[in-house]
Design a protein around this ligand. Structure first.
Ligand code: MG
Ligand code: MG
Length: 630
């Protein structure tokens, strides 16, 4: 499969866009006319740059408001086209994208449109060029690819073909099976975009919400299956209008786009209907089975504060690294690694971010598979030197440059602890702490465009499902929250983003100097016993206002004794059908990250309804955490 991307999808000037497109490994590029008009260089220069970068110029686009015009406008349309053809010849662009007319002056009529396209095809042929016709979802008379195909069929000219665009077809709900009756050799280009399901005006939706394959909700696999049935084997070209992408890094967005296409083709190859018999180009998605450890980068002072804090949460020091200044703190199946070493990745992360989560290790069903997919999907891997006899744990780059380590339940990577650490058998056997069993979820804060990038990386790499995006209102603005979960909820990750610098996520980004893990939730089987022990250890949960309890009392019709206990211990409560959820929060550590403790009873969510209450309580509480007595 050959891949291409339209320059309109990226930020920067034309040179930067082309460099980013080549760096991401695309085969071709569609030149968006405005990118060319605003560029300080002639068409021959641009054509040479494209070729020097090893790219193919796929198309010049768009040519608007052409077909079905009254005579005077019709003549002007051909004159405009001839001028574009001049540019295309100098540029080396073989195909002009003609999108269906939106002008109120257009007259409609399939045969009139076909006659115009035939004449245009005749003129293009004299120059060795081709024109492709695309139905815009908001076209005045032609807004459906079936009508565009009828125009092309009746134009009956070898230099006139059809352009399909997933956005226009899917957003209008045109049946995808209708693609199957179009001959593949009459389709001259296929444009791919994904988008979330949002009920709004199509033009606005298209201009602002298009996203990379895998980032939205469109049935792109169904589209690809129908397309495969036609025999089409030309370029798949991304055309992603999205103002946030155009505000982001061109290289990042280009890489995300290519990753999205590669992941899409992988899903098509693994789908039941695969008419072209495509073979997967990478291993299957391994399952995330659990969080093996979370690593904190700190200096010695903050390490003392952090381990004091963790002691309040019932963690014990369970081991010391054999060669580095690194400690293992443990409770239940939770492993926290406190890294104060003056060398290596954790230290550089500390220099940039201050006290932070610098790495998360996931237990997965197949480490080699995860690494194979990472390579195929352009996710950068990471390695650093280890001491003699120590394990090299494979890793890739995650959110904000942090690391995702991979370990697995069997083989060499099954027991990383006894190899690298001097374990303390007494601490192992000591106590059950405050009853924390496992990591329930991680919450990571990032910018919105990075959230889409991160979402795609996690889901393309591992068997994560995404749930619908949730909007959370907090005192400083709106936060978009996107949850991912592995099979049976073994690993849950919540991605939070905000466009407001005043939200907690927004402040995290500016104060932390980048994206990262903002809170970690641990699971208990008995929240009230846990909170009592936590308080006995000198750590007080985040205070929740009385009004909250008066409200849930009425909202859920809870037993008075239960409400009293919730109120007494500042426990938040949510219910979903028969499912129940209990949550407490710690104060924020060093104004950076905090911990949550949850108890689930057949409940799958994250207490989104409680988030505004928690966020307001955090905004009220002092920036300095109360560090418990050790
Ligand atoms: Mg298009
Ligand atoms: Mg209270």
């Amino acid at each position: 499969m050959k891949t291409s991307i339209a320059t309109v999808s990226l930020s920067g000037d034309l040179d930067e866009k082309l460099a980013a497109i080549a760096a991401a490994g695309f085969d071709g590029v569609e030149i968006f006319e405005n990118d060319f008009l605003t560029f300080d260089g002639g068409p021959r220069d641009v054509g040479r740059t494209i070729r020097d970068l090893g790219l193919t110029c796929v198309a010049f686009q768009p040519f608007r408001d052409f077909e079905g015009m009254p005579d005077a406008e019709r003549a002007r349309g051909f004159a405009r086209a001839e001028r574009k053809f001049d540019v295309m010849q100098e540029l080396g662009a073989p195909l002009m994208l003609v999108c269906s007319n939106v002008s109120p002056a257009s007259l409609g009529g399939i045969d009139r449109a076909a006659a115009d396209l035939r004449e245009l095809g005749e003129r293009a042929a004299r120059r060795g060029l081709t024109v492709g016709f695309e139905a815009l979802a908001w076209g005045r008379h032609i807004s459906d690819h079936r009508d565009a195909w009828e125009v092309v069929r009746r134009a009956d000219h070898p230099n006139v073909g059809l352009i399909l665009d997933t956005y226009h077809t899917i957003a209008r709900g045109v049946p995808l099976d209708s693609i199957r009756s179009i001959p593949g050799d009459r389709i001259v280009l296929v444009q791919i975009a994904d988008a979330p399901k949002v009920d709004m005006d199509l033009l606005q939706h298209s201009r602002h919400f298009r996203c990379m394959p895998g980032q939205g909700d469109f049935p792109l696999i169904d589209f690809m299956q129908a397309l495969d049935a036609t025999g089409y084997d030309g370029m798949l070209s991304l055309e992603i209008f999205n103002d946030q992408f155009r505000a982001g890094s061109a290289r990042q967005v280009a890489t995300d786009g290519r990753r999205g296409l590669l992941y899409l083709m992988d899903r098509v190859a693994r789908s039941s209907a695969n008419p072209k018999g495509r073979q997967p180009a990478m291993p299957a998605r391994p399952s995330p089975l659990g969080v093996e450890f979370i690593e904190f980068a700190v200096d010695e002072d903050t390490a003392a504060d952090l381990t004091g804090f963790l002691a309040g949460l019932g963690f014990r020091r369970a081991g010391i690294h054999r060669s580095k200044s690194v400690e293992l703190w443990r409770q239940g199946a939770i492993n926290l690694v406190i890294n104060t070493d003056k060398e290596g990745f954790a230290h550089s992360s500390y220099i940039v971010h201050g006290p932070s989560v610098c790495a998360v290790a996931l237990r997965v069903s197949d480490v080699a598979g995860a690494l194979g997919r990472a390579e195929a999907l352009l996710v950068p891997s990471f390695s650093q030197s280890v001491g003699p006899g120590e394990l090299k744990i494979p890793a890739v780059r995650g959110v904000g440059g942090s690391l995702i380590y991979f370990v697995e339940p069997t083989g060499q990577l099954a027991d990383i602890w006894s190899v690298d650490f001097d374990l303390d058998p007494e601490a192992q056997a000591a106590t059950e702490g405050i009853g924390l069993d496992r990591v329930d979820h991680l919450a990571q804060a990032m910018g919105y465009e990075e959230m889409l990038s991160c979402l795609l990386t996690y889901t393309a790499l591992l068997d994560f499902e995404k749930t619908a995006q949730v909007d959370i209102t907090e005192p400083g603005g709106l936060v978009q929250s996107q949850a991912l979960h592995g099979p049976e909820g073994a690993v849950r990750i919540v991605l939070n983003s905000s466009r407001s610098a005043k939200t907690q996520s927004g402040r995290f980004l500016s104060e932390f100097f980048g994206s990262g893990t903002q809170h970690i939730a641990f699971e208990t089987q008995d929240i009230f016993e846990t909170v009592r022990r936590m308080k006995a250890n000198g750590l007080t949960p985040l205070a929740i206002p009385d009004n909250y309890y008066d409200d849930i009392d009425v909202r859920f019709g809870l037993d008075a004794a239960l409400v009293a206990e919730l109120r007494d211990h500042d426990v938040l409560y949510d219910r979903d059908g028969e499912g129940e959820y209990f949550q407490i929060y710690t104060p924020t550590f060093a104004d950076r990250f905090f911990f949550e403790i949850v108890q689930r009873r057949a409940y799958q969510g994250f207490g989104a309804a409680n988030a505004p209450v928690r966020l307001a309580a955090q905004a009220r509480s002092a920036p300095e955490p109360t560090v418990p007595k050790r």
